[in-house]
Write a protein that binds this ligand. Sequence first.
Ligand code: SF4
Length: 381
Amino acid sequence: MQAVQAQVESHYRSELVDRIRARGHELSAGGLTIKLAKEFGFCYGVERAIDLAYAARKSFPADKPIYLLGEIIHNPEVNDQIRNLGIQTISNKPTEEEMARLRSEDVVIIPAFGTEVATRRKLEEKGCILVDTTCGDVMSVWKRVRQYSKETVTSIIHGKAKHEETKATTSQATAYGSGHYLVVFNLDETDYVCDYILRGGNKEEFLSKFKGAYSPGFDPDVHLQAVGVANQTTMLRGETEEVQKRLRGAMEKRYGAADLPKHFRFFDTICGATQDRQDALGKLLAEPLDLLIVIGGYNSSNTSHLAEMGEKVLPTFFIKNAAKMESAALIRHWNQETHVEAATPDWLPSGNITVGITAGASCPNNLIEDTIRRLFELAGN
Ligand code: SF4
């Protein structure tokens, strides 16, 4: 790990960002002031995953194939760099054909958000050498969900059912014990579940509404009698608290306060890095800003929540790199409603302006530097 640190730093570090950080997270020139959130960019889990991938390439002979399950983290530039090292990408849930291609002793890297229990087992049976970069905070969620499962408590996971981390987590819920799981994405879905707990309802409608987000054999009439809440590590803290509050309230009404411990569990599994970035952005948004730039991969969960926080307060542009700021008259940015890149004209006001900047946990500092340089260039400095 130590031997590759210099190489990793040379790819992702930014002296400019370090200088701005050391000078109070602010930089002004001409009419433009940029303010960086106090916490932004790479988290400890992402740094460790990248270091391990680089270290794997350095440790194994150059002619030994190394494969990566999907993406190491959710950032396209970082994934390109990993491929440039000669690490080959296969699906995060390898197809039969990909599995057949793998040989015993091939090296396979598991990304920071982990992998499903069945995938891991297949790779182990095949005799592959696993380089496991799963973040410790993700493993804490797994531990909790396994505990629920052993106690025949259904895990209700606040998260995105299709996200790799949540898929890995749900696989833990069914691999041990007799547990089930249900993934709820937002408060509307939570309210629907609460209503079912309290009043019952149409089972077919329930199962069709949550298709793809519950365990095989899940029956809402049977498996919502004892529930434990956990969450994907990168959700919005406020929303996750509300999810558990509403479910707790429904279970208390249904079974009474005295019996609540038999029917309801909760464990906060938002990771520290996500929390720090959301808190820092909350403070930044309390300052006078003209607009906010959020940098990160469009499939990055923690970055999308930072953008969501900004969108509630001021014009916010979620971009994956500086090239998206084509000119002061045109920016291309991710639209979280439509899931496509949108183009906004005349996005950068002239005159004296203050721009807030933050970046997701999978965004390296060199991309933040590119964004800052481009902003000053477009503002005419
Ligand atoms: S965002 Fe949190 S859970 Fe994900 S890698 Fe970073 S520290 Fe770990």
